[in-house]
Structure formats: structure tokens, C-alpha cells
Design a protein around this ligand. Structure first.
Ligand code: PMP
Length: 369
């Protein structure tokens, strides 16, 4: 089988598997004073420093969560708790863990959605006249179409008008360089399972001088911001994933970009059209459409041994067309045609060539029907 759904989740890197297994053997609670406890504490603090190094932020501003869904919830909800008079803004192509939170909070604060054009690029024009406290939530890179957003430019725009910027860095991590400090962003959410780290662990990154408070109450873990006994084995896996990323990102990035273009050329020959912003796109992501129904394609490709998806794994199964493609102005029928191919660092040229061949056969078969 050929796995081309890395934006849904990635296989755990072998080095990460070893690190997780080793840490599973340790008995200590990181809050305990004894040596077993301190060994667990050391793992967590090393992982925190590794995350900070990988994304160029201060280690004190990083705390671990159960994934980017939780990080997004915590950052947005805490902002509203602090500033009940605020306006909460997100783009119309955000992940459901942002869009749904903004929609849930719309009864309490003013909310807005930023429009995108037919290539999924955002338009800040709607915000020119904004006033009062506000938070903009924008992803660094989109999970469905791969668009990379101009974070520095948006941060400057937002700060000039007195607002703050939250960035969802989940899909950017492990695909393109992330420099939190230089990005100008105030808050960032991360998840580690899209790039070979363990699932069910993420982080909140906060600029110095700002705070994000706890969402659940309890102990003092993660300096009170995320109470509950830390998941030391997966956090050990995060450290290893970050070390692998720091060492290999340059190679991963160019290798994936080359294979993604090869894949696109092969699919274009079968009539596939690209969706999203080809000028500013993650190196591993390709969203394409044929004149065929996406669900039919997905099922046929799965039978042919190629695992891809029609959009976000968090909305798959709902049978609704992707909100991202709809926001780009496509009608429902055309939105249903989108298929996302997403590659990873261990995707090979042979797999890509094999995938092109299998997809061509499926396209031929479906066209005949
Ligand atoms: N944000 C983006 C952009 C994502 O792609 C995802 C995963 N689909 C998430 C947030 C949610 O991450 P997690 O699975 O860690 O909750």
C-alpha cells in the first residue's frame, strides 16, 4: 500500500518509537522529589527545550497539551475570558478546532471570518477599520490545500491596529522552517503527530510577556497551565521528533517538494487540476480535482492500495464537502471533487511513480463508468 495522507497523521519515526518505549519503563511522576521523579522531570524539560529550539522560541513560553485541538481551544477561550469585550477573528479556511471554537463563542463576543480568494489566499481588507481588543487566528499552513500564509505580514498588520495574532503551526511543523520569534505571532499551537512524533500531544507557544491560563483546574503541572500528570513517554517522543526535525528539515523539505512536483506532473497528465496557491504551498501537499466525484475516487483509490483523503480527517466521514474548498468559491459538486495527496520524508520516488500509475487506472475506470 502507498500512504499519501501525512497531513492526517504520519507514521511515528523509528527513533521516536524507541524513545517512547524507553521512557515507558520509567516509574516516576515528574512532580515527585525523589530521583525517579526527577528523571521524569528531566525528560519533560529537555523536550521543552527541544521544541523551543525547533521553532525558535523561548523555552519558558512552551507548555505541553494533548494536541493542537486542545491548544487552539485553550488559546482562543483564554483570550475571550481575559477580554470579554474583544472581537475574535479567524480565516474561513481554518481547521475545525478553530472555526468551531469561534462559532461557539459567537454568543459571547463579536466574531468575524476572513474571506479567501479562489486560490485560498486571505484578504485582510475586512480588518482595515477594526478597533478595540481583537485576536486573529490564522494557520501557518493549511492542512487541505497546503497554502502557506504570510504570518509576518499579518502580525505587523494586526499589531499596528492593536490586536494579537494566534497561529496554528500544526501543518507547518516538519515541512517548512518555523521561527516563532521572527514571525511576530503572539501565540502558536503545535501538534507533533503530522511529522513523525507521537499522537495525542501538542504544545502552546506563548510570546514573552503574554499568558495563557489553564482550561481545566487541578494541580500545578506545566506551571498550572495544563494540570494533570504529564505523559512522560510521549513527551520523550516529542524531544526525539524535534531532534530529528532540527537535523533533517532541509533535506525533508526539498525531497518532498521534488516528489510532490513529480506527482503533480503525473496526475496532470490524467486531467487533474491543482487547487490552492501553487506559489506559496507546503512542499508535501497537493490538492487536485478531476471531473469525478471525490468520494468515488477515494474509495476506488483505497481499493487500489493508495491512501489519500478528501480533506481534513477531522471532518471526513461527515459527507459534507470541504469548508475550505467551498470558502474558495467552488460550488458543492466541484468542492466534492477535491482529493488531497500529502507526502512525508520517507515517501519514495518508486511510491510516487506507482501511485501515479494506480491513480491513472482508477481515473480511466471511473470515467468509463
Ligand atoms: N490544526 C490543523 C491545521 C490540523 O491539520 C490539525 C489536525 N488535523 C489540527 C489542528 C488538530 O490537531 P490534533 O490532531 O493534534 O488535535
Amino acid at each position: 500500500r502507498i500512504y499519501l495522507d501525512w497531513n492526517a497523521t504520519a507514521p511515528m519515526l523509528p527513533e521516536v518509537q524507541v524513545a517512547v518505549l524507553e521512557a515507558m519503563k520509567l516509574p516516576g511522576n515528574a512532580s515527585s522529589i525523589h530521583q525517579e521523579g526527577q528523571a521524569a522531570r528531566t525528560i519533560i524539560e529537555r523536550a521543552r527545550r527541544a521544541v523551543a529550539k525547533a521553532v525558535s522560541s523561548a523555552a519558558q513560553g512552551v507548555f505541553f497539551t494533548g494536541g493542537a485541538t486542545e491548544s487552539n481551544n485553550q488559546i482562543l477561550k483564554d483570550f475571550v475570558r481575559r477580554k470579554p469585550e474583544c472581537t475574535l477573528i479567524c480565516s474561513s479556511v481554518e481547521h475545525p478546532s478553530v472555526i468551531e471554537v469561534v462559532s461557539d463563542l459567537s454568543g459571547m463576543v463579536a466574531t468575524r471570518q476572513l474571506k479567501v480568494d479562489e486560490a485560498g489566499r486571505i484578504d485582510l481588507d475586512d480588518l482595515r477599520e477594526i478597533s478595540g481588543p481583537f485576536l486573529v487566528s490564522l494557520m501557518w499552513a493549511n492542512n487541505e490545500i497546503g497554502n502557506i500564509y504570510p504570518i509576518r505580514e499579518v502580525a505587523d498588520f494586526v499589531h499596528e491596529r492593536g490586536g494579537l495574532l494566534h497561529v496554528d503551526g500544526t501543518q507547518a511543523l516538519g515541512r517548512i522552517p518555523i521561527n516563532f520569534r521572527e514571525s511576530g505571532a503572539d501565540f502558536m499551537s503545535l501538534s507533533f503527530h503530522k511529522m513523525g512524533g507521537p499522537k495525542g500531544v501538542g504544545a502552546v507557544v506563548v510570546r514573552e510577556g503574554l499568558k495563557v491560563e489553564n482550561m481545566v483546574s487541578g494541580g500545578h503541572q506545566e506551571r498550572g497551565r495544563r494540570p494533570g500528570t504529564e505523559n512522560v513517554p510521549v513527551i520523550a517522543g516529542v524531544e526525539m521528533a524535534m531532534n530529528c526535525l532540527i537535523e533533517n528539515l532541509g533535506v525533508w523539505n526539498s525531497q518532498m517538494a521534488e516528489l510532490r512536483e513529480r506527482l503533480f506532473q503525473g496526475l496532470a497528465a490524467t486531467g487533474a487540476v491543482r487547487r490552492g496557491d501553487a506559489e506559496s504551498c507546503l512542499p508535501n501537499t497537493l490538492n487536485v480535482a478531476w471531473d469525478l466525484d471525490g468520494e468515488d475516487m477515494l474509495l476506488a483509490l483505497d481499493l487500489a492500495g493508495v491512501a489519500v483523503s478528501s480533506g481534513s480527517a477531522c471532518t471526513a466521514g461527515s459527507l459534507e464537502p470541504s469548508h475550505v474548498i467551498l470558502a474558495m468559491g467552488f460550488d458543492e459538486a466541484r468542492a466534492r471533487q477535491s482529493i488531497r495527496f500529502s507526502l512525508g520524508p520517507s515517501t519514495t520516488r518508486e511510491e510516487v511513480d506507482d501511485a501515479i500509475e494506480r491513480v491513472s487506472k482508477v481515473v480511466d475506470q471511473l470515467r468509463r463508468i
